[in-house]
Ligand binder design. Structure first.
Ligand SMILES: CC(C)(COP(=O)(O)OP(=O)(O)OC[C@H]1O[C@@H](n2cnc3c(N)ncnc32)[C@H](O)[C@@H]1O)[C@@H](O)C(=O)NCCC(=O)NCCS
Ligand SMILES: Nc1ncnc2c1ncn2[C@@H]1O[C@H](COP(=O)(O)OP(=O)(O)OP(=O)(O)O)[C@@H](O)[C@H]1O
Length: 200
C-alpha cells in the first residue's frame, strides 16, 4: 500500500512522518530526494546550470539553496521550469524505491509538498493532508529555518493551487495541538498495515 502525506509549508508533514518512521514505516521524503538528485544527477545539474547559471551550485558542488530559493519562490515561471526539470526524475526515483520497499513492508509513506496539482495522488492508495493554522505554520518555519518572512509568504502563495485541492485527500490531520496526534497515527498505522488483507 502507498500512503501520501502532503500539506503546506510548516504544516508538520515531516513531524508526522517521524512518528510513522518510529512505527516502522519506510518514508520517502520528496524534498530530500529532489535535493539529492539535483546534487548528483549530471543531466539535472546541466539543466539547472543552463537555466539558473553557475551560482546554482557552491564551489564544493552543494546546492546553493538560498540562491535557488530566492529565484524560484519569487517567480512563478522559474518555479515551473525547476519543477519540469526535477519532478519527472523524482517520480522515476520514487517508483524504483517503492518497488523494493513494498517487497518487505506492508505500506510506505511518501511525503511531498505537491501531490494534487501534478496528479501524483492518483497513484497512491490513501492521501493524508496535514493542516494547521497559518500563523502557527509561519511561526514554526521562522523557528526552524533561517528564511525571511516574505519568502515564507511567497511559498505559501505558490502552494495555493495545491491547497485548493486538499478536499481530494482521504484523511485530514489537524496538527494544531488541539488533539493527540500519536494515538491517531498509531490507528492509521494499524489500518495501513492490514490494508492489503482487508482489500483482498
Ligand atoms: C529551492 C530549494 C533548493 C530551496 O531549498 P530550501 O532547503 O531552502 O527549502 P525547502 O526545500 O525546505 O523548501 C521550503 C518550502 O518550500 C516547499 N517547496 C519546495 N519546492 C517546492 C515547489 N517546487 N513547489 C512548491 N513548494 C515547494 C517545501 O515543501 C517547503 O515547504 C528547494 O526547495 C528545491 O530544490 N525546490 C525545487 C525542487 C522541488 O520541487 N522540491 C520539492 C519536492 S519534489
Ligand atoms: N505538533 C507539533 N509539536 C511541536 N512541534 C511541531 C509540531 N508539528 C511540527 N512541529 C515543528 O514545526 C516545524 C515545521 O514542521 P515540519 O518540518 O514537520 O513541517 P513540514 O510540513 O514538513 O514543512 P515543509 O513543507 O517546510 O517541509 C518543525 O520544526 C517541527 O519540528
Amino acid at each position: 500500500m502507498q500512503v501520501g502525506i502532503t500539506g503546506g509549508i510548516g504544516a508538520g508533514k515531516s513531524y508526522i512522518c517521524r512518528i510513522f518512521k518510529v512505527l516502522g514505516a519506510p518514508i520517502y521524503n520528496a524534498d530530500i530526494q529532489a535535493k539529492m538528485l539535483m546534487r548528483e544527477d549530471p543531466k539535472i545539474i546541466k539543466e539547472i546550470i543552463s537555466v539558473f547559471g553557475k551560482d546554482a551550485y557552491l564551489q564544493n558542488g552543494m546546492l546553493n539553496r538560498p540562491f535557488l530559493a530566492r529565484q524560484i519562490f519569487s517567480d512563478k515561471r522559474k518555479l515551473e521550469t525547476m519543477n519540469s526539470i526535477v519532478h519527472p526524475r523524482v517520480a522515476d526515483h520514487y517508483n524504483d524505491w517503492v518497488r523494493i520497499e513494498l517487497q518487505i513492508h506492508p505500506y510506505v509513506v511518501k511525503e511531498a509538498a505537491l501531490m494534487f496539482t501534478n496528479g501524483n495522488y492518483k497513484k497512491l492508495d490513501k492521501v493524508i493532508v496535514v493542516d494547521a493554522p497559518i500563523e502557527k505554520r509561519v511561526q514554526r518555519v521562522l523557528e526552524r529555518d533561517h528564511r525571511p518572512k516574505n519568502q515564507i509568504e511567497d511559498i505559501i502563495n505558490k502552494q495555493q493551487g495545491e491547497e485548493k485541492l486538499f478536499n481530494l485527500a482521504d484523511i485530514k490531520l489537524q496538527n494544531d495541538d488541539s488533539s493527540l496526534l500519536i494515538p491517531e497515527i498509531i490507528n492509521l498505522h494499524r489500518s495501513f498495515s492490514n490494508y492489503e488483507i482487508l482489500v483482498k
